[in-house]
Design a protein around this ligand. Structure first.
Ligand code: ATP
Ligand code: MG
Length: 383
């Protein structure tokens, strides 16, 4: 059997450069590699509703934003199936059955869910602290629903950022449990993390947490050149690098993390003038050389930020251009999503049917009903 990809994003905002390096860029490469039999890309609106239940309009508005970002970044509807999670009702049925295979304690141990609960200000109130909103059950259980998403498409490969590792592990456990109880039915997926360590969990422009739509520390794929420049100018670098001549630090310096994620060898030739100043000038041919000079002292933050802006805009400009074109053709985008959802639904329905068969709840399938009637009739005839 060929390899199958399932991955996706929550429609809680436009996509940012963390999504790009963490997952989206890779998806486009994988899509174009021809190594995958099928690629499913899901806009996870049902998952977004687990912590945005009172804000359905936000989710609805962001479906088109995410779809526009996908297509602008190079996802091709001829090669990848783009679909909307909530339109595949089979996924909720699978979740319902998988719920039985997971304990509350196991979910409580999930480090990503723990961190997200804290970030969102949900509380379980067990520590006697101020009563808070509490944790929505749907949110608490979303790793199970994610297992349904992945297994419904018999995905072998899930290209995602590092924060998703515990989710994929949870899915693998559910698959093993299901297959051992009901017989081999589901496929155990592998996570595919970014190869470049800067891309595993890109920090936000504030330098603190992971770049995340919910934290407002993002550079969006659709930001204009001016917005990117302003955000880069406002970034923290190294608090100890007060004077240009001071030795600078690379560790924890977000400007360098972004350069690690985005800089390509040709950028040094293209943007040579960024390192030409009134007081000092440099010629760099690699990022290692830039880092060495920064650490030695003499290379100012203005120069490296200017270079980063150029590097980012070089990557984002073609994406922006494609977005402007697509924004003029919204019916086309919805048509892709509608057709993709139909295709995805057909695949998920086949898996659900396999699952129900394995779980012996396919009473009315062809042949099964007759068999049941025969068995039960014989049982009662003997009485
Ligand atoms: P939300 O705050 O609504 O959860 P988010 O910004 O965390 O939004 P998701 O939709 O949860 O984005 O994540 C989609 C995909 O992007 C996942 O594969 C996730 O691992 C990846 N991703 C998100 N943020 C980053 C990041 N900062 N660095 C690397 N990958 C990321
Ligand atoms: Mg997230």
């Amino acid at each position: 059997m060929g390899k199958i990809i399932l991955t996706g994003d929550r429609p809680t905002g436009r996509l940012h450069i963390g999504h790009y390096v963490g997952s989206l860029r890779r998806r486009v490469e994988l899509q174009n590699s021809g190594q995958f039999e099928k690629i499913f890309i899901m806009i996870a609106d049902a998952q977004a509703l687990t912590d945005n239940a009172d804000n359905p309009e936000k989710v609805r508005q962001n479906i088109i934003e995410v779809a526009l970002d996908y297509l602008s970044a190079g996802l091709d509807p001829e090669k990848s199936v783009l679909f909307i999670q909530s339109q595949i009702s089979e996924l909720t049925e699978l979740t319902f059955f998988y719920n039985n295979l997971v304990t509350v304690q196991r979910l409580q141990r999930n480090p990503t869910v723990k961190a997200e609960i804290q970030m969102r200000g949900f509380s379980d109130n067990t520590d006697g602290s101020e009563p808070k909103a509490g944790i929505p059950v749907g949110f608490f259980c979303y790793p199970i629903s994610q297992a349904a998403d992945i297994t419904a498409f018999k995905a072998t490969t899930v290209p995602v950022g590092e924060d998703q590792e515990p989710m994929i592990e949870q899915t693998r456990e559910i698959v093993r449990k299901f297959n051992s109880v009901y017989g081999t039915t589901l496929v155990e997926p592998e996570i595919m993390l970014p190869e470049n360590s800067a891309c595993l969990r890109l920090p936000g422009t504030d330098g603190k947490a992971k770049m995340s739509k919910s934290l407002g520390n993002c550079i969006y794929l659709s930001d204009s050149e001016e917005e990117v420049n302003a955000k880069v100018r406002g970034m923290f670098t190294d608090p100890l690098h007060l004077q240009v001549s001071d030795p600078g630090h690379i560790e924890g310096n977000t400007v360098f993390t972004y350069l690690d994620a985005f800089c390509r060898p040709e950028h040094f030739g293209m943007f040579r003038e960024c390192f030409v100043g009134r007081k000092s000038s440099f010629t760099f041919n690699s990022l290692d050389e830039v880092k060495a000079q920064y650490q030695a002292g003499g290379l100012g933050d203005v120069m490296i930020k200017n270079f980063l802006s150029r590097v980012l805009n070089d990557t984002l400009e073609p994406i922006r251009q494609r977005r402007h074109e697509l924004e003029k053709n919204i019916p086309y985008v919805y048509d892709i999503l509608r057709r993709g959802s139909e295709q995805a639904r057909a695949v998920a329905a086949r898996t659900l049917s396999d699952v129900k068969k394995a779980m012996k709840i396919n009473y009315f399938d062809e042949g099964v009903l007759n068999q049941l009637i025969k068995e039960q009739s014989e049982k009662y005839q003997d009485k």
